[in-house]
Design a protein around this ligand. Structure first.
Ligand code: CP
Length: 295
């Protein structure tokens, strides 16, 4: 079993992973694994890489870590050859790569399960599972929860995966982005049709009816024009003043890293739950490793 896109999972399978993650969070792994997990990151990461490594160790596995910078990629070895070789060294591979489709290609040539740790602006399914887990843990449900997805919805892979999972679980979704950084309309149509989702779209930072504000950064590295990225980045910041009419129990989540899109006054408020969210990365990824190895 590979996990490349959130579309690889149906609702029942996600429920199973979330329930297993709850057990893992409570220190009750149903099964310990031996074997080796390989983390292959061709793009920077803190959370995905280290939480997968921590998850592997907590499951009783070991891990090996590949870094493109210090590998034979530097001598010209191809991505495909690299994956074929490392498949013989490990039992499960986590791949992050700046090119869309790389994790799928890796899965096609690897004889071992592959988990997508983020491929370009395409998919980040394990982050979406952490996000859903966090919302359900704090709010007790996803169905009919008012979730506002805010930021660079065009380039953020976290948003491509999360919006799909939220629609599958019946959340009420509002999409808020700077002009020109809207979510792909084809994806909006797909989830409206598939899940009968009601999706609102706007460009102003008004969150009056939101239960969850999910903020992602401007994905500077995916802009064709670096000056345009800098301009949008400097203008886009969520501040406490935007929260004047917000619900008292609104929570603010983020896949992190945050750069300057969340002001310090929110960072220090009890609405900010993104560090707790990042910590749930370990039990959720333990459950994901367990799932792909047992499938
Ligand atoms: N959320 C996330 O994917 O963080 P990293 O880029 O640090 O892995």
């Amino acid at each position: 079993m590979d996990l490349i896109s959130i579309r690889d999972l149906d609702k029942k399978e996600i429920e199973k992973i979330l329930s297993s993650a709850e057990d893992m969070a409570n220190g009750k792994p149903k099964k310990k694994h031996d074997g080796i997990l390989a983390t292959l990151f061709f793009e920077p990461s803190t959370r995905t890489r280290l939480s997968f490594q921590s998850a592997a160790l907590r499951l009783g596995m070991n891990y090996i870590d590949f870094s493109a910078e210090t590998s034979s990629i530097k001598k010209g070895e191809t991505f495909v050859d690299t994956i074929k070789v490392i498949s013989g060294y490990a039992d499960v591979l986590v791949i992050r790569h700046p090119k869309e489709g790389s994790a799928r290609l890796g899965a096609d040539v690897s004889g071992k399960p592959v988990i997508n740790g983020g491929d370009g602006g395409n998919q980040h399914p394990t982050q979406a599972l952490i996000d859903i887990f966090t919302m359900r843990k704090i709010k007790g449900k996803i169905s009919n929860l008012n979730v506002s997805l805010v930021g660079d919805l065009k380039h953020a892979r976290t948003m491509q995966s999360l919006v799909y999972a939220l629609a599958m679980f019946g959340a009420k979704i509002t999409l808020i982005s700077p002009k020109g950084l809207e979510l792909d309309i084809a994806l909006v149509k797909e989830i409206e049709e598939k899940f009968n989702a009601k999706i609102k779209t706007k460009n102003d930072l008004v969150f009056d009816d939101a239960d969850v504000l999910y903020v992602c950064r401007i994905q500077e590295e995916r802009f064709a024009d670096p000056y345009e990225a800098k301009r949008v980045k400097e203008q886009f910041m969520i501040r406490n003043e935007h929260m004047k009419n917000a619900k008292k129990d609104l929570i603010v989540l983020s896949p992190l890293p945050k750069i300057n899109e969340i002001a310090e006054d929110i960072d220090s408020s009890d609405k900010a739950r993104y560090f707790e969210q990042a910590h749930y990365g370990v039990p959720v990824r333990m459950a994901i490793i367990d799932y792909v190895l047992m499938k």
